[in-house]
Design a protein around this ligand. Sequence first.
Ligand SMILES: Cc1cc2nc3c(=O)[nH]c(=O)nc-3n(C[C@H](O)[C@H](O)[C@H](O)COP(=O)(O)OP(=O)(O)OC[C@H]3O[C@@H](n4cnc5c(N)ncnc54)[C@H](O)[C@@H]3O)c2cc1C
Length: 412
Amino acid sequence: MSGISNNLGSKVSNKASGEAAGARPVYDAVVIGGGLHGLSAALHIARGGGRVVVVEKHWVGRHASGATAAGVRTLNRDRRELDLSLEAMDMWHAMESLVGDDCGFHANGQICVAESPAALEKLQGRVNGLRADGYTHEEIIDTDELRRLLPDLSHHCVGASIARRDGAADPHRALRAFRRSALQAGVELIEHCGVTAIERQGQDWRVVGEGGRAWIAPAVVNAAGAWSARIAALVGDDIPLATKSSMMMVSERLRPFIKPVVAIMGRSLSFKQSDQGTLVIGGGLQGIPDLDKETSTARMKVLAKGAHAATDLFPSVSNIRIVRVWAGLEAKTEDLLPVVGPSPNAPGVFHAFGFSGHGFELVPVVGATLADFVLRGGTRRPIQNLTAERLMAPGTPGAAPAAKPPVDPTVF
Ligand SMILES: Cc1cc2nc3c(=O)[nH]c(=O)nc-3n(C[C@H](O)[C@H](O)[C@H](O)COP(=O)(O)OP(=O)(O)OC[C@H]3O[C@@H](n4cnc5c(N)ncnc54)[C@H](O)[C@@H]3O)c2cc1C
C-alpha cells in the first residue's frame, strides 16, 4: 500500500496476546479512551476482523464527546484537513449504514455570515481559492438568499458563505449508536479504569490500567482526548498540547425559526436550533480548564459575549431564557489541526487527538483511518499534514525539522 505506513507491518495478529493474567483473551488493539474517536476506531477495527478492547477511565462520553455541540461542518475547514473532512461528510450522509442510526444528523447547511463588506470579501477570497483548486462545497450567497434561509437575521448582514451539505447531529444519539455498534461488532468495553502505564513486551504492548489490570496487543490507539499528551508521553512521544474548555449555552424551547447552523466571520459564535426547539449557542467561547481535576468551569462574562453576538444576529432572541450552560475539555494543538497517525517513537502506537474544537465531524473517517493502520499497516487517506512530528520541539526524539505554517485566519 502506498501512502503513510507504520513499521508495525501488521495485518491482524494471530499471536497469543491478551489480558496479562487469567484466562487470556486475545486482542489486536487496545484503544485508550471511550469518547467518539475511541469508539469509532474500535468499531472500524472490529468490523475489519480485529479483536479490540476499549479502556475508558470513566464512562463512554464522559468528556468532549458528551459535551459537544455536534456541528457537522466542512465550512471554513483548514485546507490541510479538508479532504479528510469531505470524506467524513460523505460518511455522515450514510451514517445509518455505519451505525444503524442517523445520529440525528440533519444536513440543513452551515452558514458563515459577514457583517461588513470587508468580512464578505474575506469569505469570497476563500471561496475563490477553493474553486481554483476544484472544491465546490462552499458558495457565497447574497442577502436575498440569506433572508430566505434565515428570515430572522438582522438586516445589517451583507452576505455569507454556505456549505449546503453540512449540518448538525445529536451527540448523545451518536454516542449511543457508536457504543451499541461497537459492542455488536465484538468490541470489549472496560469502563472506570484509567490507563496508567504502557510497557513494551516483546513485539507487543502491555497496557496497564488502574488496579493492575492489563491488556496486551501489538497495536495501541491513543484516543484519550484532553489527556492524550500524557498517554503519548508513556511511550516516549513528547507532544505539546494545550487544553480547550469550550462553553455552550442552551435556551428554553422556542418556535422553530432556524434550520442551518450559523457562525459569524471574525467573531466567536455557533448558533443553531435543536429538534426540541432549544437554541444551542457556542462557537469556541472559552471557560477555565483543569486537567488534573478533570473540570471545566464556565465564565459568565465570556458567555455574555456569545449571547451578545447571538442577539446582534437575531434580535428576536434578545429576551429569551438561558436554561443551562456547560463546558467541556479537549486538546488543542498549536496549528489547530489534530494528530492522526503513527507514533514517531513507538511502533504499533497510533494517535488520534488534538481536534481543537472540531473533531465531531471527523469521527467516522478518523476511526476508519486508524483501522487502516491497525489492520493493513498503512493508509491512503490524506493525513500527511496531521503527523505528531510536526508539533514536537526540534531535537526531541521523533520531531520533524520542518517549519510550521501559519494559522489561516478564516478558519475556525
Ligand atoms: C463544548 C464543545 C463543543 C464542541 N462542538 C463541536 C462541534 O460543533 N463540531 C465538531 O466537529 N466538534 C465539536 N467539538 C469537538 C468534539 O466534540 C471533539 O473533537 C470530540 O468529541 C473528541 O472526541 P474524543 O473521543 O477524541 O475525546 P473525548 O470524548 O474527550 O474522549 C476521550 C476519553 O478518554 C478518556 N481518558 C482520558 N485519559 C484516560 C486514561 N488515562 N485511560 C483511559 N481513558 C482515558 C476520557 O475519560 C474520555 O472519555 C466540541 C467540543 C466541546 C467540548
